[in-house]
Design a binder for this molecule. Structure first.
Ligand code: CMP
Length: 482
């Protein structure tokens, strides 16, 4: 709670208290000046009323002083520490209750007061029994406010495996959560103080998530770890520090169970990042030619095992890349025969900006980053290249030097094809030339925006025009007649 009372705000209650006190002291004189008898009905009633007001003014002074000196000062450390509103209200209510009880005991004879208290005690007991859950919730609310096991904005799971929601309100009796489906859940504070609950936002907002994958036992754990951790490194939004990790967690008859673990910055992003991580894991596994383990008949298992124990052949890899769908089977076979295998260590630059180009690359395994320079000469990250990604087409198709650095983020397996080997295929299949030109145009457009270090515009205007320009240059370079 933010208590914001300035020191002079203690004055009104003090002035009221002093005025009422003076009035009570001089009551007889006041009555005399009005010509009223001191023991008369009006005089007595008036005096009682001033006395009641005096007690309330006293309680007002005490609560104001408590707020300014204790809640704002000592306990609240001058605004640096959160003061639960519930606690402040409760103490204030207590001060007023003491004032009222004192008034009752002053008004009535002691015995009457005692019997009134006894009666009220019974009443309180009956009420307490009837409202026991509500009272328990209120006291739990106080505990929650003091201990602060969750705060507004935290994501909590009340019952294990149950719904998770963001805390949007903590009141006297309940805590209100809103789930990711935008459903509001009211949880009694008593329940929260009695049961175990998980807070995804404490001790810090980031937490670890895991995806389990059953992979064939024939696959070496080393290769599985490498493919899976490359996949996690490529997911944007997933924290890279602490780094993602892959662990074997179980072994079954037909599978080894791997857990791909990664850190999510905030619970709000969990669904989206889990989806992105699973998509990336499946894509990397697919491009690496690794299928998920299944219970199969013996003969199929053996076939799967032989396939899984090696990388995909260049031909198998090319068949999985959408861009080459426009090629006939014999073109893909010809292209694959001309692919040269290349392996690189993390940190190695496969191509460097300004180098002469003349070949095209296909990434089979690993993760690459394309880096360019901004107008001010600063390094900018242009893109990530995932398995199945094709690059190097820009200089190959336009005859210009390499336009960017392409650096390995992990160990990488690539295939390179020389321009001379690609020429005849492009001549036979102009559709591929068009696809590659469109790719170049898209990338050039994106890089121009990235060089300004501004957010990209909503539409890529001018891309079509650029594609035709590049296509014209490509036709001249490769002597294509169509
Ligand atoms: P090239 O210019 O031959 O060498 C660097 C390569 O990086 C380039 O071809 C493209 O294949 C690739 N590249 C450049 N910019 C991007 C981008 N924005 N997205 C993906 N790849 C790119």
């Amino acid at each position: 709670m933010n208590l914001r009372l300035s020191h002079w705000q203690v004055l009104p209650p003090i002035v009221a208290f002093a005025a009422l006190f003076a009035l009570l002291m001089k009551w007889r004189d006041v009555l005399a000046s009005l010509g009223l008898p001191p023991e008369g009905r009006v005089g007595m009633l008036g005096r009682d009323l001033v006395a009641v007001l005096l007690w309330f003014a006293g309680a007002w002074v005490v609560t104001r002083l408590l707020t300014i000196i204790f809640w704002q000062g000592i306990f609240g450390q001058g605004g640096r520490r959160h003061v639960p509103r519930l606690l402040v209200d409760l103490v204030a209510a207590l001060v007023y209750a003491i004032a009222i009880l004192s008034l009752i005991s002053l008004w009535f004879e002691f015995e009457i007061a005692t019997s009134a208290l006894t009666t009220s005690g019974i009443l309180v007991a009956v009420l307490g029994f009837a409202l026991r859950d509500t009272i328990a919730d209120i006291f739990s609310g106080i505990t929650v406010n003091l201990e602060r096991p969750y705060r507004i904005g935290d994501w909590i799971e009340v019952t294990p495996g149950g719904r998770v929601g963001e805390v949007v309100e903590i009141s006297w009796r309940t805590t209100r959560l809103v789930t990711q489906d935008n459903i509001s859940i009211m949880v009694p504070n008593g329940l929260l103080s009695r049961t175990q609950f998980a807070n995804f936002s404490l001790p810090e907002r980031h937490f670890r998530e895991a995806v389990r994958l059953r992979l064939p036992p024939a696959l070496s754990p080393e290769r599985a770890r490498q493919v899976l951790s490359n996949a996690l490194k490529g997911v944007s939004g997933v924290l890279q520090s602490p780094p993602p990790e892959v662990r074997i967690v179980d072994i079954e008859r037909h599978a080894v169970v791997y857990e791909a673990r990664f850190w999510v910055p905030d619970y709000r992003q969990l669904t989206q990042l889990r989806d992105a991580a699973i998509t990336s894991l499946l894509e990397h596994l697919d491009k690496a030619g690794i299928a998920l383990a299944q219970e199969r008949r013996e003969i199929t298992v053996r076939r799967a095992e032989t396939r899984m124990s090696r990388h995909l052949t260049p031909l198998e890899l090319l068949r999985r890349i959408e861009m080459f769908d426009v090629l006939a089977e014999e073109d893909v076979a010809e292209l694959s025969r001309n692919l040269v295998e290349r392996r690189f260590a993390p940190g190695h630059a496969v191509v460097r900006s300004g180098d002469p180009g003349g070949s095209l690359f296909v990434l089979a395994e690993g993760l690459l980053e394309v880096e360019g320079k901004s107008a001010e000469g600063r390094k900018v990250r242009l893109a990530r290249i995932e398995p199945g990604g094709v690059f190097g087409e820009m200089s190959l198709l336009t005859g210009q030097p390499r336009s960017a650095d392409v650096v390995c983020l992990t160990e990488a397996l690539l295939y390179e094809v020389d321009g001379a080997a690609l020429g005849p295929i492009l001549q036979r299949r102009p559709e591929l030339a068009l696809l590659l030109s469109a790719k170049v145009a898209r990338r050039v457009g994106r890089n121009e925006v990235a060089a300004t270090e501004q957010p990209p515009p909503a539409t890529a205007a001018g891309e079509t025009g650029l594609t035709s320009q590049i296509l014209a240059r490509l036709r001249a370079l490769f002597h294509l007649d169509r």
